[in-house]
Each structure stands twice: as C-alpha cells, then as structure tokens.
Ligand binder design. Structure first.
Ligand code: ADP
Ligand code: MG
Length: 377
C-alpha cells in the first residue's frame, strides 16, 4: 500500500504511539535540555526530576479542542496540532510559569490518513519546540472527529504567580497586543466556507468578501493567519512575572473568550478573593473597569472591513476571543519600567464602582455586557 493511502487504522493504537515517538524525533529541531527527564515516552508514566521547593508551585493546566468547534474552516492538520499546544502554553504563560512538560491526549477517526496524522503531530512538536516544552506522554484513542486535549505542566515562584485578582482602584488595564484580529479572521473564514458550501451563487456574500479584501487585503490575510495559527505570549508572561513583586502589583489572564468575558472573570475572581480574605462578608465590593474606545489599538482599515462585513468592530473586540493576548493590570508606577521590556497598550483603568464600562469616542458611556463566547450556551 502506498504510504499516502495509509490510514491510522492500518497501524492501530500501539503503532500510532510508536509513530508519534518516531515523528517527534523527525520533526523536532530543538536542542531542548531534556536532562530533567528520567524517561522518555513509553513507560506507564513520565518521570521528571524536580527540585522540591517550598517557594514554588507546580502549575498545571489542560484544555480540550474539538474539531467542529475549535478548528475553523481551512485549518491544516499542522495548525490543529500547533494550536493544541498553544492554548495550553498560553494558560501557563498567563500565570507566569516556566514550562516543564506537555501531555497529549488525542482521539482521531480511524480513517484519518496517516499523512494527515503525521502532519498534526509535526504541528504539536513544532509548537513544543517553539515554547520549549517537551512532549512527555499522553493517550491515544478513536473518535468520530478529532479531539485533542493537552495538559501543560510548569513551575512558578509562589510570590511571582500572576493571578487574576488583587488589582486596586487606579491600576491601569492593559493588553499585550492588538486584539480582534482572530475574530475578524474567523468571520472571513466563515464567509469563505459559506461560499464554498453554497451550491447557488451568493452574490451578497461574494460582494462582502470582495469589499473586505479591497479595503486591505494584507490585514484580511493577517487576520486569517491569526485565527489559524495563534501564538502564546510566553515571553511576555515571563516579563510580567519578573515585574510582579509585593510593591508592583500585577495581575494577568489570557484572552480566550473575548475581552468582555475576561473583564467579568477578573472582577468575579477579585470579588471572591476580597470576600474570602475579608472579615465583613457584607462589604460592598467597589471595583470595576473603565476602558476607552479611543485607547483601543485598532486600525481604521479594521473598522472599515468590519463595516463592510456588516459587523460592529467593537463587538468583534469585546465579544469574540481566541486572540491569546494578555489582559493585565499594573499599578501606575510600573508603566515606564515595563514599557522598556515589552510592548503593551493601556486601554483603561480600575475604577471605584462595580461596573464595566466603555467610554465611546463620542463621549457616551456604555455598559459592557458579559457575553463572551461560551460553550454549551
Ligand atoms: P497505558 O496503557 O499505560 O495508558 P499507552 O499504551 O496508552 O499506555 O501509552 C504508552 C506510552 O505512550 C505512555 O508513555 C504514554 O504516555 C505514551 N503515549 C500514548 N499516547 C500518546 C500521545 N498521544 N502522545 C504522546 N505520548 C503518548
Ligand atoms: Mg493509555
């Protein structure tokens, strides 16, 4: 049988695991230091040398990706594998953790072509290289569609961990890079998918897509690329962590479900933290977020493209996620020091009332609703 026609079912589970081990040697170009590991993949569990240290936390996070909801139209097998690592590394990075190892649970349809599977594993390995996190184990199974659940393990100093809570009134609300690109990318990919699947001509959809590309084709391509191949803010996580001291309050989270939803999360997290450490549980919680439309880093062309697609650009910013950028807060004094080390945008501040609001360019103040993206809703 030609290897290009081989399916994963021709190898079976054990063969597939061997294949993963083989591919990870073939795809990897890293010179990662593996001296922490007493075993490589193959035994019942992975063994890792760790220094038991009362000053650090073991950090672990897991995230599941399911083909029909997390892999947009046009995503390659390589990109699926890559994304499975990125979403997990992003969670570790937003705690400020150093990476230790990655576990890969994967279920695939049995008629998946072996070439496609190889490509997916190569995506996993390339991302592991990129973020310096070795693949140390996992599990392999069969399902009707591709399901990948990664688990990332790391380590962070106890007094450096970047929590979601702990900000104070007057702290600056910041994001690590421009937002909204992935959201626009998903919209464009969705249009392309509809056009491809539509047997009848759909002049309207075609016109929209054409208009978007005519405004700024490279921005459209960048947006699609960001949706298909997200990256984790690993270095930024370390920079923020290094600045996190008792005097320099810093909190952080990664933006996966849209800015609005992350706002609700950090406020709720801070509320819980405040009440659990407060003697008076009936205290009125008085912290909120105010951001300014004028401070959002967004190009004119982005707004025009959103408009051409019949979308509100602020909706894309606030209510669609998957940027994997950081939302973080810093105290004001940290601003100059931090900007020497990394790029970021200050988009607002923590205010002394329990609301989430945006000051629009025309001066109107609007409440931000919580509707980020939620599964099972
Ligand atoms: P067990 O029956 O003990 O669960 P498996 O046969 O599932 O063992 O796995 C054998 C070895 O291969 C283990 O070290 C496991 O961590 C590794 N492994 C299995 N599937 C994967 C995968 N998808 N990615 C990386 N390692 C894997
Ligand atoms: Mg197993």
């Amino acid at each position: 049988m030609k290897s290009s026609q081989m399916k994963v079912s021709d190898l079976g589970e054990k063969g597939i695991i061997e294949r993963i081990i083989e591919r990870s040697k073939l795809c990897s170009q890293s010179n990662m230091d593996l001296s922490n590991f007493a075993t490589s993949i193959g035994d019942d569990s992975a063994l890792t040398n760790i220094t038991m240290d009362e000053n650090s936390y073991l950090v672990s996070s897991t995230d599941m990706l399911i083909e029909h909801s997390h892999f947009p139209y046009g995503m390659t097998y390589f990109q699926m594998g890559y994304k499975a690592v990125v979403v997990n590394v992003s969670d570790l990075a937003s705690m400020g953790a150093d990476n230790i190892g990655f576990l890969l649970n994967i279920a695939i349809p049995k008629d998946t072509l072996l070439d496609d599977f190889d490509e997916l594993i190569c995506g996993v390995i390339k991302a592991c290289d990129e973020y310096d996190i070795p693949l140390i184990g996992g599990d392999t199974n069969q399902a009707g569609e591709i399901i990948i659940s990664g688990t990332a393990i790391g380590q962070v100093d106890k007094d450096k961990a970047l929590m979601k809570y702990g900000f104070q009134t007057g702290d600056l609300v910041c994001i690590s890079e421009e937002l909204g690109l992935a959201a626009l990318g998903f919209e464009l990919l969705n249009l392309k998918k509809q056009l491809t699947n539509n047997l009848f001509e759909n002049v309207d959809l075609e016109k929209k897509l054409k208009a978007a590309y005519e405004i700024d084709s490279s921005l459209c391509e960048m947006a699609i690329f960001k949706a298909l191949k997200p990256e984790a803010r690993y270095l930024e996580g370390h920079i923020l962590r290094d600045h996190n001291t008792k005097d320099n309050r810093l909190t952080a989270t990664d933006i996966t479900d849209g800015l609005a939803s992350e706002f609700y999360e950090i406020i709720n997290s801070d509320k819980k933290f405040t009440y659990s450490s407060s003697e008076n549980l009936n205290d009125n919680y008085k912290k909120g977020i105010r951001i300014y439309e004028d401070k959002l880093p967004v190009e004119e062309e982005y707004k025009e493209i959103a408009d051409a697609l019949g979308l509100d650009y602020l909706d894309l910013f606030l209510h669609v996620g998957e940027d994997f950028e950081f939302l973080f807060t810093i105290n004001k004094e940290l601003k100059n020091q931090l900007s020497d080390d990394m790029n970021f945008y200050i988009i607002g501040e923590i205010i002394e009332k329990n609301t989430l609001e945006i000051v629009l360019s025309n001066g109107d103040i609007k409440n931000i609703s919580s509707e980020g993206y939620q599964h099972l809703k």
